[in-house]
Ligand binder design. Structure first.
Ligand SMILES: Cc1cc2nc3c(=O)[nH]c(=O)nc-3n(C[C@H](O)[C@H](O)[C@H](O)COP(=O)(O)OP(=O)(O)OC[C@H]3O[C@@H](n4cnc5c(N)ncnc54)[C@H](O)[C@@H]3O)c2cc1C
Length: 391
């Protein structure tokens, strides 16, 4: 694409800087070289959720588990607006941020992840944490370490999926290592632990949690009030901290902006990762779904979609052909169970320390490309506008 004074530059807007956008953000200069104006609206930093339980357990430093989105975007010459988008008007091709700033676009890519929606989060803010945002793991860690030595703390985890199991194990490991007494209970609900994983994985995880003295039950936590918990069987219990790991759904912004969504509120896309209901809108990660065939909300898919989103956004803005996304059927999962890892790649299930090392190696290697973009490297804003370009 060529531009001259008479021809308006095309405007590409990235909403959210999640796993599915990292590939593009590290290559923003490729858009700029084609005369495309690029703006990214997102909170910064991006927390790498796969490392969240490890942040709780203390196996990662904050800088290792996060990406400074502002530095990454600005080091590649893009415009970064810190904050969240509050509304998208796909008809007018306009977004409004939470502070009221408006931005028009020719192409928009949506990667705003997912959130925990649970009534358990409504009360007792002092006691209740969620597995997202990942920064809450840091606060929970701080609170566990603030327990006076000798006093018994109680952590209840709601949800027996991967993040609930990982968090329970890492909290126990943290307390153990720092000489704190922490009783951990995990309410997995009737489906039990890790219902979507093979039986062998479920058994190995249950045995490991039992070894770590995490008490697992098939009850659900239905209510929290102060430090009192009410369970689905009518019994009650007490907890100093409750961690809610009951599953995630896309943010309401998508439905509220009028996109066609599935029953969980994910934006429906076609095989090119293009919104079916609005021209010029693409998306990736936890916030999208293929009609009738939603993918599990795991980072593996978000990361795989990243390279394709990059190619298709470039193709869309330069009028060339789009490429289709072909989701892989199976993927590798490794659970961080504190001192050991549980590797699942159907049909293989293996538990051991090497699995934990492998997970850490994969995660660190992936993030390295996006970290360490020093602010000093910043070029001048592409448009010369201190507010990163006119609408
Ligand atoms: C505790 C935990 C552990 C996990 N471990 C693994 C694992 O080991 N392996 C794996 O494959 N998957 C794992 N997952 C799942 C995986 O993390 C998600 O599938 C992945 O993060 C999805 O990435 P994403 O790109 O969709 O969004 P995210 O990476 O979550 O990023 C979304 C970004 O959008 C921003 N945002 C939100 N709303 C707005 C808005 N309105 N405007 C602008 N920006 C916005 C958010 O602040 C965030 O920075 C884990 C999840 C959790 C909760």
């Amino acid at each position: 694409m060529t531009t001259n004074d008479c021809e308006r530059k095309k405007r590409l807007l990235f909403v959210g800087a999640g796993h599915a956008h990292l590939f593009s953000l590290a290559r923003l200069d490729r858009f700029l070289r084609r005369g495309i104006d690029v703006t990214v609206v997102s909170p910064s930093p991006l927390w790498y959720s796969g490392m969240g339980p490890g942040l709780l357990g203390g196996s990662y430093e904050v800088a290792e588990a996060s990406v400074n989105v502002r530095s990454l975007v600005e080091s590649k010459g893009g415009c970064f607006l810190e904050g969240k988008v509050a509304f998208i008007d796909p008809r007018k091709r306009l977004v409004r941020t939470e502070d009221g700033t408006e931005r028009a676009y020719d192409a928009l890519s949506l990667n705003i992840g997912s959130e925990v929606f649970s009534t358990l989060l409504d009360g007792s803010p002092d006691h209740v944490f969620a597995v997202k945002p990942v920064s809450s793991f840091l606060e929970l860690r701080r609170r566990i370490l603030a327990l006076p030595p000798g006093a018994e703390g109680r952590l209840a985890v709601a949800g027996g999926g991967p993040s609930g199991c990982e968090a329970a194990a890492n909290a126990r490991e943290l307390a153990e290592r720092h000489g704190r007494t922490l009783r951990v209970t995990l309410a997995a609900g009737a489906a039990g632990l890790l219902p979507y994983l093979p039986l062998k994985a479920r058994r190995l995880a249950a045995a490991e949690l039992q070894r770590m003295e995490v008490e697992v039950s098939e009850r659900r936590i239905t209510l929290v009030s102060g430090d009192t918990l009410v369970y689905s069987d009518g019994s009650t219990g007490r907890a100093d901290f409750l961690l809610v790991a009951t599953g995630v759904r896309p943010p309401k912004l998508i439905t509220e902006s009028g996109f066609e969504v599935d029953e969980e509120g994910a934006m429906i896309v076609d095989e090119y990762l293009r919104a079916v209901s609005s021209d010029g809108v693409f998306g990736g990660g936890d916030c999208i779904a293929f009609r009738g065939a939603p993918l599990p909300r795991v980072g593996v898919y978000a990361v795989r979609q990243g390279a394709l989103l990059f190619a298709n956004l470039l193709a869309y803005l330069s009028g060339s052909r789009l490429r289709a996304f072909l989701p892989q059927r199976e993927f590798l999962s490794i659970l961080n169970l504190g001192t050991t890892g549980l590797l699942v790649r159907k049909p293989f299930v293996v538990k051991g320390r090497f699995a934990l090392f492998l997970k850490r190696w994969i995660d660190r290697r992936f993030l390295k490309e996006f970290q360490g973009h020093a602010a000093e490297k910043l070029p001048a804003p592409p448009t010369g506008d201190p507010d990163c370009g006119a609408r």
